[in-house]
Design a protein around this ligand. Structure first.
Ligand code: 6PG
Length: 241
């Protein structure tokens, strides 16, 4: 794993930097493998990045979009990560519908939908059971509590080591989430973190030692590159490399 930390002066600079990094990783994936596989994070931070991506002249047919986590709500629900990314970006570009792979939330059973998405990943990546897909880019955020994706502190999802997708739990509300096992196969993981409220969790995540059950983002140790793009409000007390 190669860890890189950049602290940007403000949120606008953070978004601009994240755009250049994502575009760079997309273009190298397309040059090397003919396509780019990208897993999106939800929440509010990445929305301006998605809006900026919608303005880019990219070979959309070569870009495959997945989600790293999803609230267990209908796709038209205000809380849906799929809905946010479609409105900010995907509905605004000519990306083929077949290149968009949302997490299913319609089975009425989060565990069944988690299995459905795991099966979809295995089929799409043409893998045998037990093999783990290697995403070109996984975008992540962190919550004030140190969660990432929908891997929340002290939940069973953190212990899942034999799956690609599992059921997360936020205050009793089910979510679907990539497992740490899947995230950590990625060629490039990019954390996008903004705001002073993230500062305490970042200090714990960056500490030389700490409890992964309390700060799940500590579980993210990808085989490839690990990028932390922070605005100064979030990362003021950390040393950037
Ligand atoms: C989600 C996200 C989640 C998010 C963090 C940060 O579904 O909410 O995937 O992990 O990245 O909660 O959210 P903000 O960007 O809104 O602070």
């Amino acid at each position: 794993m190669k860890k890189l930390v950049e602290i940007l002066p403000d949120k606008q600079a953070l978004i601009e930097r994240s755009l250049t990094l994502v575009l760079e990783k997309m273009q190298s994936a397309i040059q090397e493998r003919g396509q780019c596989t990208l897993a999106l994070s939800g929440g509010s931070t990445p929305k301006p990045l998605y809006e900026a991506l919608a303005e880019q002249p990219l070979p959309w047919e070569k870009i495959q979009v997945f989600w790293g986590d999803e609230r267990y709500v209908p796709s038209d629900h205000p809380e849906s990560n799929q809905r946010m990314a479609r409105q900010a970006w995907l509905d605004r570009v000519s990306i083929p519908a077949a290149n968009i792979h949302p997490m299913p939330t319609s089975a009425g059973d989060p565990a069944r939908d988690a299995q459905n998405y795991e099966t979809e990943l295995q089929q799409w990546f043409k893998l045998h059971s037990g093999e783990v897909p290697v995403f070109d880019i996984v975008l992540l955020g962190i919550g004030d509590d140190g969660h990432t994706a929908s891997l929340f502190p002290r939940t069973e999802a953190l212990k899942v080591s034999d799956r690609l997708v599992t059921v997360g739990n936020k205050d009793g509300q089910p979510r679907l989430t990539f497992t740490a096992r899947l995230i950590n196969q990625a060629r490039c993981v990019i954390f996008l973190v903004a705001g002073e409220s993230k500062r305490p969790a970042l200090k714990q995540i960056f500490a030389p030692s700490g409890d992964e059950m309390t700060y799940p983002a500590r579980l993210v140790q990808p085989k490839g590159e690990l990028w932390w793009l922070l605005d100064k409000a979030a990362g003021a007390e950390l040393n950037s490399t």
